[in-house]
Write a protein that binds this ligand. Sequence first.
Ligand code: UGA
Length: 451
Amino acid sequence: MTDVGQEKRQLGVLGLGHVGLPTALGFAELGFHVLGTDSDTAKVEMISKGQAPFFEPEMGELLVKHLASGRFRPTLSLDEAVRGSDILFICVGTPHDAEGAADLSQVESAVRTVAESLNGYKLIVEKSTAPVHTARWIHRTIQRYRASDQEFDIACNPEFLREGTAMHDVLHPDRVVVGVETERARAWLEEIYAPLYCPIVFTDLNTAEIIKHTANAFLSMKISFINMVSDLCEAANADVMDVARGIGLDPRIGPSFLQAGVGYGGFCFPKDLNAFIHVASERGVDFSLLKEVKNVNDARIDRFLRKAQQALWVLKDKRVAVWGLAFKPHTDDIREAPSLKIVKRLLEAGCLLNLYDPRAVPEFQRVFPADGERLRYWSSPEEAVEQAHAILLVTEWPEFAAVDWKRLRARVAVPIVIDGRNCLDPAVLAAAGFEYYGIGRPAPISHPRGS
Ligand code: UGA
């Protein structure tokens, strides 16, 4: 990436999590000087030493690069980050509370400190995913708590990066959405995003906030929709993969997010769907469509486990290999991962579990510590299938499709694969002697002897 000009704005990023850290490093890569801060001292100290606090492809390398270039500087002092920056990106967490509404306490706390540290005009940008009218509250909070009459503007610039491809998404977005109230805020954000050469949708604050929730809700809806179609395909002996291709080539529908499986997880879709339903209901809109999206997703785990039970008959004392624990490939994040519920339910049913994931084992072990024969972790997919009565594929890491199935056949006790992501080739598995069950795919092609 080239430097974009000599008089660049100084940027501050408050919150160095899955959105904040890739954002900070992306701006550093674009040539900006970025101060980053987080209330988690241990995290800031790790980052300062060049250690990424979570796995994200390319991020570790960019962290080392920009600590060395001096363009990214982590600090424990929020006050320093505010004073040293022209534009402040609020990237703190917005988890949901017991009612499903967004818990905005981290946003409020960050914004109050910003207010107390104002030392000149600042553009304060809400990047965290937050309900409509949060920007308005940020504005009001700064007015209430600011120590002096310093000028400021608020903008809403939601982030659309995906975990697992975060650095790519930050540096090559398909669009940038910017909600603003003033010309100055618009001009500043236009300037910093100019090097990305992508469409910028300028709008007002409320609309920008609604765009973010709508995007995540719509994508969740696509997933639940195709998952329902997959149930129908199973009942009708049709193939949901071909259905997805058959409809996805229509540009009005599009091919992405039509992958049927065990359902969506992660820190964003489940939480944002709840928050959006809540936002709507608070304003008298019953978004029943989204409630059903959530119900369909919740039912995926039952359906997957029923498939396992139908294939294995009795689950108790069966050794089962679980491949994939992260909520999606290329991340070590297990928040709201389908694997959490699947492993819990298999243990309750008395299965003996062999678990494997290329990245997420340390995180998963915190929730499910190894427990003798009941629960073991392995360091390769091949080791994990030793004497297994079934392989349950839960996350579609590319390495699973590349294993040597003929060799695996010799290691398992019973050759059964239940592919919760439809990422394996049933013909290859059948040729290797496996009984294959996908999601919404025609009934198994082979029932080898001994199974
Ligand atoms: C999602 C959005 O895709 C990002 O645009 C957004 O910025 C982000 O949430 C956020 O709000 O921070 P992310 O949760 O990282 O990103 O990952 P996705 O690739 O969207 O996957 C979400 C879940 O849906 C995963 O569990 C994935 O396995 C599942 N999924 C995805 C399916 O089950 N089927 C599909 O066809 C696609």
